[in-house]
Design a protein around this ligand. Structure first.
Ligand code: SF4
Length: 308
């Protein structure tokens, strides 16, 4: 029996070549193999998850709500206003409508999470907006079907599997490079493959995206997944589009994807625990960050939330 298990991009590309298949198909076969499930139940579960993604975005768009910390919940409405009247703002904005929509999808997801709405942690709650944002923008730009959006989720998952095998997807273990950085690589790859690029080009997009996120600190104010997380997801969604466009135009990452992932792990190991989700450094300990944490009674200044 054929095995579809891969641990790195080299093995993934080999499987794509052997089976003359795109990455999403290999990922589906991988899932079938490890879960011992047939194609249909996996696809129907993915369809349910797709609804969770888009319902979460729509919930924030239809009923914006400020989070209990008051740090989040107002950005979605600004983006909706500009999308609704895009023709009016097009001359003064630099990004096109698909990119602004990607920002909207990402930020709406994060704001929905901040007010305890249901989201899909893809790959984590903190980084849950990047892929949905890119899917939201791409759906508009390329009129993608549900099947194509599910393919995007599968391609993204393959990249996530490789990163999880080699490094980590956790901000507490590897900083935000491991969360939003990984989500950006996943989204860039998904967007590239759904546009018809080869597996090689798809992995170039992932490498370009992750490479540019190396060293990113995890420094959430008060330990809440709001600031900088939500807007960081919005910018990362657009940034993933840039990496995808670069790869699509033929630009290659000088360092191959597997090496980028190993470098990300190494940098994560070198990072101080103060910038690994402990809220003891970076934006969390700015005067503004400390003021919010004190107001919320979340942390005393300098207190480690992990030992609280
Ligand atoms: S800053 Fe930390 S909590 Fe926020 S998204 Fe990044 S890794 Fe997650």
């Amino acid at each position: 029996m054929n095995s579809f298990i891969f641990r790195n991009s080299e093995e993934l590309l080999k499987l794509c070549k052997e089976h003359d298949s795109p990455i999403w198909e290999i990922m589906l076969r991988y899932e079938m193999q490890i879960s011992s499930k047939k194609r249909e139940p996996i696809m129907s579960k993915l369809l349910e998850r797709l609804d969770v993604i888009f319902n979460g975005i729509n919930a924030s768009i239809e009923k914006p709500e400020v989070s209990p910390s008051k740090m989040a919940g107002e950005s979605t409405a600004f983006l909706v206003k500009h999308i609704n009247e895009f023709d009016k703002y097009a001359d003064s904005l630099l990004l096109n409508e698909a990119a602004i929509r990607a920002m909207l999808g990402a930020i709406a997801t994060g704001e929905n999470n901040a007010r305890m709405g249901v989201i899909l942690a893809f790959p984590t709650a903190g980084a849950a907006g990047v892929l949905p944002g890119v899917m939201y923008g791409a759906k508009y730009k390329f009129s993608l079907s549900k099947k194509e959006l599910i393919n995007m989720m599968l391609t993204a998952s393959a990249i996530g599997v490789i990163i999880a095998n080699t490094a980590t997807l956790s901000g507490a273990a590897g900083g935000c490079q491991a969360e939003v950085g990984s989500a950006s690589a996943m989204a860039a790859a998904a967007l590239t493959e759904v546009r018809g690029a080869s597996p090689e080009t798809t992995l170039q997009a992932a490498a370009l995206a992750l490479k540019n996120m190396i060293g990113l600190a995890c420094d959430p104010i008060g330990g809440l997944v709001e600031v900088p997380c939500i807007k960081r997801n919005g910018i990362a969604a657009v940034f993933s589009m840039s990496a995808s466009d670069m790869a699509f135009m033929g630009i290659k990452s000088f360092v191959p994807f597997d090496e980028v992932v190993r470098a990300m792990r190494e940098v994560g190991d070198m990072m101080s625990p103060r910038i690994k989700e402990t809220a003891l450094g970076g934006l969390a300990t700015t005067p503004t960050g400390q003021k919010v944490a004190k107001r919320m009674g979340l942390l005393k200044i300098g207190e480690n939330p992990c030992t609280k």
